[in-house]
Structure formats: C-alpha cells, structure tokens
Design a protein. Sequence first.
Length: 493
Amino acid sequence: MIASQLPILQVIVPLIAAPLVLLLRRSGAAWALTLLVTWSMFAIALVLLAQVMDGGVLYYRIGGWAAPWGIEYRLDQVGALVLVIVSGIGSVVIAYARASVEREIDSERIYLFYCMYLLCLTGLLGIAITGDVFNLFVFLEISSLSSYVLIALGRNRRALTAAYRYLIMGTIGATFYIIGVGLMYMQTGTLNIDDLATLIPAVADSRTIHAALAFLTVGICLKLALFPLHMWLPNAYAFAPSVVTAFLAATATKVAVYILIRIVFTVFGGVDVFAVVPLVQEALMGLALIGVFAASSVAIYQNDIKRMLAYSSVAQIGYIILGISLASSTGLTGGIIHLFNHALMKCTLFLAMGAVFMQAGGVSIRHMQGIGKTMPWTMAAFVIGGLSLIGVPLTVGFISKWYLILGVLEKGMWPVAGLVVLGSLLAVIYIWRVIEAAYFKDPSNDTITEAPLSMLAPMWVMALASVYFGIDATRTLDIATSAAQTLLGGGAP
C-alpha cells in the first residue's frame, strides 16, 4: 500500500515537515527533523527511479480522479533522475549544514532556515514529478519564494539586495511562464502535460501557440540563468549563506533546465519545435556558446571565489543548453548527464568554499593563500571538483563534455566542437588561480585549521562521487540515454 503512495509522499512529507520545524524552533531539533526528511526523500527517489527504469512512465492520480479532471503526477526517466539529483544533493547538504549555518546565520533565525529549506525542497521535487503545467508553476513559486528567503538570511546586508534582485527577475520569469501556459490553455482547453502533447500538434501552426512557446522559453531561460538572462545569479550565489549557495547551485538551475526539456520535448513533443518555429535552435545554441565564453571570461577576473564559481555555473548551463539545442540522441544525452554531473562537481566546490569561509572568514583570493597547507582535505576536495569542472578524464566533467562533443560532431559542426574544448581551457585558468594561491603561496593566517569532520564527510561524499561516476558512468549514461530516446520519441508515451 505504501509503495503505491510514494509519488505523493515525495511532496507531502517535506511540505508537512516545514511548519513542524517552525513549532520546534530549537535549531538542533529542526536540523534533526530536516535531516530525517531529506534522507527519506532520497530513499523514496531511488525507489521511484528503479520503478520507472523497470516499468516505464509512472502515473499517480490524486484522489483517484482521472486526468485531465483530476491532478495527476507523472514520472519518466528524466523526471526520476531529477528527483534523485534534488533529494540526494539536499540530503548531503543538510548533513553538512549544521556547523556552517551556525556560523553564517543569526541564531534566532536558524529554525527559519530549515523551514525554508524544506519548502524549497518541496517545490523542486514537485516540479520534477507533476504532470500538470499549472501545478508546475505552483511548485516553481514555492521553490522560488523560499529561495529568496534563504538567500536573504545571509549576514551580509548585500544578501538582501541579491535576494531582491532575484525576486524581481524570478517574478518576471514566472509571469512569462504563466502567460505561456494561459495561451496553451486557450488553444487546447487542458493543462495536463500528456493531453497538451496530444492536442498541440493540431494547432501548432497558430500564432497563439508560437507566442506561447516564446513566452515559455524566455521565462524558463530567465529561471535557469541562460546568458544574457543570468544577471540575478552571481550576487545570489556570492552573498547567500554557503549552504544555500551549494544547494541552489546544484539543484535550482538544474530543475529549471528540466522544465525547458519537459516543455520542448514532451509538451511540444508531437511537433518539431526547431523546425516549426524558425531560429529557435540557432538562438539557443548561439546563446549557450556565448554564455560559455562570456561567463568563463568574467570568472577569470573574479577575486571572490563564490562569485567566480557563480559565473562558472552560467557557463556550465551553456553546455547543458547546447546539448538540448542539438535535439539529437547523443546531444540530449550529453545535456541530461551534465545535469547530474554538474550538480556533483558544483556542490563539491561550494561545500569546500563553505568550509573555507567558516575557518578563514572569507573566500577571496587573499583568504585562499596557503590554505592548501592549513586545510589540506578541504582543498583536495576542491581540486577534484575543479578537475571535474575542467573535464579532465576520470571525472564526471569529462563524460559530459565527451558526449556533447560527440553530439556536435554527429551534426558536422566541427567549429562548435572546438569551442567546447576551448571553453574548458578557460576553466583551467580560473581554477588554476585558486590552486596557485592555495598551494604556491605562504599562508596569510597560521591559525587556520581544518574544517570539522561533520563538514568534511559530506564534502568528500560529493568529491568521491565526482570521481566514481567519471570512472564508471554506465548506470547514469544508461538512464540519460534512455531518457533522451524517450523524449525524442515525442508526445505522450
């Protein structure tokens, strides 16, 4: 009986736990409850992924009402993979969080952090599992509103400004999305994803549907921070508490990319979007490549490492969108696998910076001087994450970029393949700046000591995962390839 209720439990359990945290108020009890909930969600996500891989698309009808009259949850391979990414990252980050949160958030607000964390987790999990485009909007707003609060909890007053900018830009993105949903509803009379996939081909040539796709694409690209719609992201990541940055960098933008994949390849799956709407494919590919080089170039000149990694995230999103824009099995596989791989590597890097901030009081290049000697385990994890970001063999980054290059070469786009490699070389420059300061300069503060084990253990779980899934990528590639082939099949299954 419980097994059949797992899809709804993914959303209901963290949603109910959030107000319970408010009642607990004590930070220790709030952390323990949040830890229990997140790891439970991770276990459920793994079970659901196994069910989907064995039995195909999973449906759950709330209240027994059949769609489109009732609300339906729908889970396929790519959705199940996103559930695992979000719940897995959420579980590891919260295990790391207790010491870091006590250092970076005022004690009287710590219980609010755990409440907002659970609400954000609820929204992100709900996006991955819902089968309704309006409920997707609802979950998107739950995750976004809680994200604004999480960012604003930072002690630096500039966190408030960053959260406000994110709120404005996020609201614009959500407005564009809901306008697109409204236009689709006007033409089809349904909000169910499978119904839309069935009905849209009949009206695909109408200007209303073209306008809907335009609004949806712009709104989602703003949420996922595709260049040049990324201006909210650097400050949000730089001034948020370190735990918040690690969680959002590894999950929020990935879920937004998932929404774009769902709209393009499922809702519009019965239509060749890139053929019906001129220049969409070229625009996405062009912006993705420009984003890789523009963001990487800006990252090279950043002195704040969190800000540097934020611009790096914009560049990595460019790689994912490049894979999507190829609209081929290999290219889409590369984009989907990079969702998973980038979550691992970026979470590792931001967790390392959270440990440095706690021990050194900052994460500028000046604070990094000699820290490889005083915090060897933390910086070793950072190096592994950095090598993954570059795409060195035996790391997850290599797997992603290899498939992206294969996808580009299948299309005969040799210059684009060269640009992918060149973009990776830019990552060498900004990662090397940190390594040079950490290992080849004398410590600026001899009193700095290694981070506590409670922070090192989760950090190294992510670092080792970045190596393990780079050496043995069979399972993740099987999931990504199966998801890509299903998505390219078009329409409802």
